[in-house]
Write a protein that binds this ligand. Structure first.
Ligand code: FES
Length: 186
């Protein structure tokens, strides 16, 4: 995943701050990774490099631990987080089809984030409302009995929302420019 402008510097400075209050023994590895994820929402590659250097261990060891535990994310969380339930009831009611639809529409696999960071997609275990299967948690809101058409509907809602926000931002910009020009004439 490509880093955004200024992101590398931020990761380096945040990881450096975290490393400062940990020792350099190998048993610090998991607590450090946990803290990095807490701070950044995921464990970026540049952070793994810095951790490996600080603990004097191969980078592949840091990578191995990060990928081994489900609690650690390798990709940044999207602005909108989509979690498809893959518990038994949801799976039986077509949860895998729903997941497949999201993967195809967003052009990413589960566990990934879209390049524009708008959406991240995950599979999760039973979220506790099996009667509504198949269930999807979108930004902590439960979508019940989700069908492929509903997948399109959910994504369309966000598309429209994004377009409206962009339109609003453009209008505000034009208004500001207009005001600035008006001020100069006086
Ligand atoms: S299996 Fe999906 S809510 Fe229980």
């Amino acid at each position: 995943m490509d880093l955004l402008e200024g992101e590398l510097e931020q990761i380096q400075s945040d990881t450096g701050a975290i490393l400062q209050h940990h020792g350099t023994k190998r048993q610090e590895l998991i607590p450090i990774i946990q803290e990095v994820q807490e701070k950044m929402g995921y464990v970026p590659k540049p952070a793994m490099q810095l951790i490996a250097e600080a603990l004097k261990i191969p980078e592949v060891d840091v990578y191995g631990v990060t990928t081994f535990y489900n609690q650690f994310r390798m990709n940044p969380p999207g602005k909108h987080q989509i979690k498809v339930c893959m518990g038994t009831a949801c799976h039986m009611m077509g949860g895998h089809i729903v997941l497949d639809c999201f993967e195809r529409r967003l052009e990413i696999k589960e566990g990934e984030t879209t390049p524009d960071r708008e959406f991240s997609l995950e599979r999760v275990a039973c979220v506790g409302c099996c009667a509504l299967a198949p269930v999807v948690d979108v930004d902590k809101k439960i979508e019940a009995k989700v069908s492929p058409i509903r997948v399109d509907g959910i994504l369309l809602t966000y598309d429209i929302e994004k377009q409206e926000q962009e339109k609003k931002a453009k209008l505000e910009e034009e208004q500001k420019e207009g005001e600035e020009k008006g001020g100069q004439v006086e």
